[in-house]
Design a protein around this ligand. Structure first.
Ligand SMILES: *Cc1c(COP(=O)(O)O)cnc(C)c1O
Length: 378
């Protein structure tokens, strides 16, 4: 391979290449925020909140400190807490479960679909109890589960359908973007997400003005109509002016970068033609944004070590299903076989907008050689 990265290795993610495209704009944004001392609240936050609501097809957006708080404050604003159960897929980043526990509710973990590794409406429906108050649909890896079927279950049992869209900025199910399906869509702008800040950040989008106002109050020390009017016990969870300004600049590139991720994914699919490998499927009604490129292998530890030696960085999302973490396992005796097996097999390959087709071919070539050697194909 002739590209420069073949010699130095292929990283898992390349944020520097993304920010190099925007360097002048990001520096100008920094100057504008500092010149106006618009650090907490202010025009840059309002500009981004308005742009992000519009992008997601929603009326309201509330910037918060991170994606975990986006879910937590949504649950609190909906009045969900002690005595309630919230259905959460076992295959997700631990923050989804954390937010539920922090609200006072109990996460009720459910298994995932064997092909997509996403939450499945039939399984959710079977897990509903009289205590169930909400479902968190997680759009893992950049793809959405069947949101029509989940909305039907939520309607049938009178549950709130909340979207954890932290890995799915701009992804669509049946033509509607992530964040546009449930009562609220929760986003993280952690730097590695498809839309990432230059630090932590998060947001909730919704059409409900009362819910939006309550989330804003909870994240701003419970403030009501004035600075010293504290009506609720809130917390400090705000998207700051600098991050909002950076996000506005990066939002201009989101669709282009998501298209580049689709190109990278297509290059992987094309190259996998020759390799006996189990891929994670995407429903045909989904327009995915490929936050992660996940394949399944046996002998994962050996495969991963050999790829590292060959200069190909990989990740694991996630090595332990949420129901098996000490912090969340209490009282959870049920086996969730699909999620538990996936946790042993999933391997995330390099995926980012600036990964070239030649680099993808190189990754797959190395992977194929390793699989032949260690017998890791599924
Ligand atoms: C990143 C992520 C979160 C949490 O976001 P933070 O901003 O890191 O708090 C929640 N859920 C999923 C699925 C995520 O990937």
């Amino acid at each position: 391979m002739t590209t420069a990265r073949a010699a130095t290795g292929i990283p898992f993610l390349d944020l520097a290449a993304m920010h190099a495209e925007l360097q002048a704009d990001l520096r100008a944004r920094f100057d504008a925020v500092v010149d106006a001392s618009a650090f907490i609240g202010g025009e840059h936050v309002e500009e981004f909140e308005s742009a992000w609501a519009t992008y997601c097809g929603r009326r309201h957006c509330v910037g918060v400190a991170n994606g975990t708080d986006a879910i937590l404050l949504t649950l609190r604003a909906l009045g969900i807490g002690r005595g309630d159960e919230v259905i959460v897929p076992a295959n997700t980043f631990v923050a989804t479960a954390e937010a539920v526990t922090l609200s006072g509710a109990v996460p009720r973990f459910v298994d995932v679909d064997a092909r997509t590794l996403l939450v499945d409406a039939g399984t959710v429906s079977a897990a509903v109890t009289p205590q169930t108050a909400a479902i968190v649909a997680v759009h893992l890896y950049g793809a959405l589960p069947d949101m029509h079927a989940l909305a039907d279950v939520a309607r049938r049992y009178g549950l709130a359908l909340i979207e954890d869209a932290a890995q799915a900025h701009g992804a669509e199910f049946d033509g509607v973007r992530a964040g546009g399906h449930g009562v609220a869509g929760c986003f993280s702008f952690y730097p590695g997400k498809n839309l990432g800040a230059l630090g932590d950040g998060g947001a909730v989008v919704t059409d409900d003005p009362v819910l939006s106002a309550k989330i804003r109050a909870l994240g701003n020390h419970g403030r009501g109509s004035s600075h010293f009017d504290h009506r609720l016990v809130g917390t400090n969870s705000r998207l700051d002016g600098l991050q909002a300004a950076f996000l506005s600049t990066k939002l201009d590139r989101l669709d282009v970068w998501n298209d580049e991720r689709r190109r990278v994914h297509a290059a992987y699919v094309n190259a996998f033609d020759e390799v006996d490998l189990l891929m994670v499927a995407v429903d045909e009604r989904v327009r995915a944004v490929h936050h992660l490129e996940v394949v399944r292998v046996r002998n994962r530890a050996a495969v991963r070590a050999r790829l590292t030696d060959a200069g190909v960085a990989t990740g694991i999302h996630y090595p332990v299903p949420c129901n098996r973490h000490d912090a969340f396992a209490q009282g959870h005796v049920e086996a969730l076989p699909v999620a538990e097996r996936a946790a042993d097999e999933v391997l995330s390959l390099p995926m980012y907008p600036h990964l070239s087709d030649a680099e993808v071919a190189h990754v797959v070539d190395r992977l194929s050689a390793v699989l032949d050697d260690v017998g890791g194909s599924g």
